[in-house]
Design a protein around this ligand. Sequence first.
Ligand SMILES: [Zn+2]
Length: 309
Amino acid sequence: MQGLSLSITVDLEDWYHIPSVCGSPFSVYDGVDDFFSRWRHRYDYLSEPTARVLDLLDEFGVTATFFIVADLLNHYPDLVERVVERGHEIACHGLDHSCKIHPGTREPLISCSEFEERTLLAKEMLEGVSGEEVIGYRAPNVLVAGWMLDSLEEIGFKYDSSVCVNSLYNKTDSNLQGVFSHPYHPKGSLLEPGEGRSFVEFPWSYLDVFGFKIPSSGGPMLRFLGSSIIAMGLQQSMSRGHTVFYFHPLDISLEHFPKVGRGRPFYWAVKGKVVEKRIGTILRKFQHVRKITLKEAYLESKGQLVIDG
Ligand SMILES: [Zn+2]
């Protein structure tokens, strides 16, 4: 019995990766390549807050899992290297953060083989920098489908951490029946729990209030709801099993991002120092909880690793 445990995860992406700007059926640019061929202004709003995130994690002695958009390697010299140097787990957040299923209909926007080809390229690019096997994936915009997990397993991934079961929204192609906030083995081609598969899903945490599930893993919820609800949800979810907290370096950026794309001002209405303080509050509150990377949590689930609590 290992007791309560938590993974701190960071999604490494820049301001133009969100669906209103790039990589969705309603974005201003078709994708990152289109963005870089047309954008003539400064694009890097990511390096500075990432440096602060790395310092913050060091301050709390946290080794995190970084889900990284692989295309950053082409445009941000040394950024991913700096994350590797600080000893964090490198995981994959897609080649360019484009949506793989339609945000409205959940129909595939890409064929299985194209998804596998692009994601394998992303995996290999990240492995080239980390020097280690990349085994974890998080779907861009957490738009995830059962067929994607089959493909991920096919090309060598061992776990995914994208499923967010809650009462407010569902960004998957499944009704998530029987999915809770603790790690599980998904059925083949589905996101529901099953048996006999080694691939692991690390779903996000939620706060259950009389059956109403409030998402509490972080990200926009940390920006809009504050740290108390997130902390309560993490605490409650940890009592069900290992759980996940996440944020973006952009969440603590002090700058105004370029105004491109619909919905942008609202999406980033709350960020900067206030959110940095909230992340600090969460890390302080759970300072004495056993923190492991998702790779360690995966290996532990397979009995391959035992970490003293
Ligand atoms: Zn993302």
